[in-house]
Write a protein that binds this ligand. Structure first.
Ligand code: ADP
Length: 535
């Protein structure tokens, strides 16, 4: 809480006095001091400026001193003062018409009180008191600003600590999740017993919900802490929309919902932006639309509008009461708790959408009618890409018919967690791949020197030599003409900086835990394509 008390030291509450003669100065100071006002006589404007630097409540300056270089020095000093400071100046003028000097002082000094000479004692004292009172108010403002600044720093520090805590917790949770998600995935592929498959499917759905929740909490805290970086890369807009919609083919099909996409012909093929973030917003909105629409249609559209692209996700679902719509983009808000209990969700989805859209320079809004449906729209500034680069056609790992290539592939798996080693090795071996394991970077280095490995799956955090150090050493030791291993980093960190550090250390790809086997196989698939390109 801010307090009304503040401390201005004694120096800061004195009045600097610059009068024509030293006798005048002595007399003025005597009068003021006998009225409890602390004073300091000055010989000229330079001395007055020197004393101002030590602190002063105000200054009394006689007109004839205000001119030449001294006045410029005073104006320079006042210019350098912080915004809260507006030094009150009592300006003693000569009797009669105001000279050009007085006009200049009035315009240039700002906070000026004119006193005509000869000045009555009572007038002088009350003006000096008013000047010091005003200065005191300025110190109060300074004090409040200081307190606000401190409170802001404390809040920012607390927010940083919260973000770091969330990031490290999510890291800790992701690692064991890799084991149980991979175990469920493996059992689902092999077990044919319907009862057990039913239980496994429930476990799988819950694991995915947990993973989504962790991702949401982390995303939300990073948006709040303004730590999300928005990429600016060309991407295919229709592809991005199609990919988002395709994720919902199954749940929409189960309800007989139509999923439609409409892109106007004047929408560019490729735009510059952050494909993943645009996709994330769309997926969130489509997921809600499918969740809250029992029958009818969900339609995703895009059209250009001035310098913006306007995206919208419309549904024919249950709709949102008008009085609840203002809650939608706030964190942890669910419009209908009974419905929410049925469908789950953290209540963070739309808050994340709003944060991301705003970070990308756009706005998000909603229109909805109960029983008729909802329309969520967002705008994004865009730049069209005129020369699209054709992507080379690619085969899928599963379709790779070069069996010999697969059989001879040598993989080194480096992770200090025995369970992760066991689980990943089991999944890879099931696909006919040969895997050797290492417990840390040092062990990996030794095995690599004799093992002639094609691919290294490298965990980051390991006791002794960590994954990045091991990668660097391997890259340094690879001689010209040697086989260059394809190194895939495995990390539970989602921060982009970490990913960039991994790539800078010499890794070719980075996968974030919990690792989906499909992602791992697709990364291995990349090795083949890299390799083929090199030949
Ligand atoms: P959650 O992740 O829990 O779904 P959201 O922030 O995405 O959280 O959504 C908050 C609430 O807004 C939902 O629980 C739901 O009540 C309401 N809502 C969002 N989208 C729709 C929609 N298309 N139709 C009806 N209600 C919706």
């Amino acid at each position: 809480m801010l307090t009304e008390h503040f401390h201005a030291n004694e120096q800061e509450l004195r009045l600097l006095v610059l009068t024509p003669t030293s006798k005048d100065a002595r007399l003025t100071c005597q009068i003021l001091e006998s009225n409890g006002i602390s004073c300091l006589p000055c010989a000229d404007l330079y001395e007055l400026c020197r004393q101002l630097r030590e602190g002063a409540g105000g200054a009394l300056i006689a007109e004839e001193f205000f001119g030449g270089e001294g006045a410029k020095a005073l104006l320079r000093f006042l210019d350098e003062q912080p915004a809260w400071s507006d030094l009150p100046i009592m300006f003693l003028t000569l009797k009669g018409e105001h000279s050009a000097r007085v006009q200049h002082a009035l315009e240039a000094l700002g906070n000026v009180l004119l006193l005509e000479r000869p000045t009555k004692t009572s007038m002088l004292v009350s003006a000096a008191r008013a000047v010091l009172r005003e200065r005191q108010r300025q110190y109060q403002t300074r004090h409040h600003l200081d307190m606000l600044d401190k409170a802001k720093n404390v809040a920012e520090e607390a927010n940083r600590a919260k973000s770091e805590f969330l990031a490290s917790m999510s890291h800790e949770i992701r690692t064991p999740m890799t084991v149980f998600m991979a175990a469920i995935e493996h059992l689902l592929q092999t077990d044919r017993n319907p009862d057990r498959r039913h239980l496994l499917s429930m476990a799988d759905a819950s694991a995915h919900r947990l993973r989504n929740l962790i991702d949401d909490i982390l995303d939300f805290s990073r948006i709040e802490a303004r730590k999300v970086e928005i990429e600016q890369e060309p991407f295919d807009l229709r592809d991005c929309l199609r990919e988002a919609l395709e994720m919902f083919t199954l749940p929409a099909g189960e309800k007989n919902l139509k999923l439609n996409m409409k892109v106007t012909t004047d929408t560019p093929e490729k735009v510059v932006g952050d494909r993943n973030r645009v996709g994330q917003v769309l997926i969130n909105l489509i997921s809600n639309a499918v969740k809250f629409t029992p029958e009818g249609e969900v339609r995703v559209s895009v059209r250009p509008c001035a310098n913006f692209l306007e995206f919208s996700v419309a549904d024919t679902g249950i709709g949102i009461p008008e009085e609840k719509q203002h809650l939608l983009f706030k964190s942890f808000s669910q419009v209908d708790m009974s419905f929410h209990r049925q469908h789950g969700g953290s209540g963070l989805g739309l808050a994340i959408c709003k944060g991301l859209v705003e970070l990308m320079g756009g706005e998000i809004s909603v229109r909805s009618h109960v029983g008729k449906g909802s329309l969520f729209s967002f705008t994004l500034p865009y730049k069209a890409v005129t020369e699209p680069k054709p992507e080379p056609a690619r085969e899928k790992f599963d379709e790779c018919d070069n069996k010999q290539q697969l059989d001879s592939l040598r993989i080194l798996l480096v992770d200090d967690e025995p369970m992760i080693r066991e689980m990943i090795a089991m999944m890879l071996e099931k696909r006919g791949l040969k895997v050797e394991s290492a417990e840390n970077g040092g062990d990996a280095l030794k095995k690599w020197e004799t093992g002639n490995f094609d691919i290294i799956l490298m965990d980051l955090q390991m006791p002794g030599m960590n994954g990045m150090e091991a990668t660097r050493s391997i890259r340094e030791k690879v001689q010209e003409g040697d086989k260059r291993p394809y190194i895939i980093g495995l990390t539970a960190h989602v921060r982009r900086e970490i990913k960039e550090e991994c790539l800078a250390s010499g890794m070719d790809r980075v996968l974030v835990k919990p690792i989906k086997m499909s992602e791992l196989f697709s990364a291995i698939d990349d090795f083949f394509h890299n390799d083929l390109k090199l030949d």
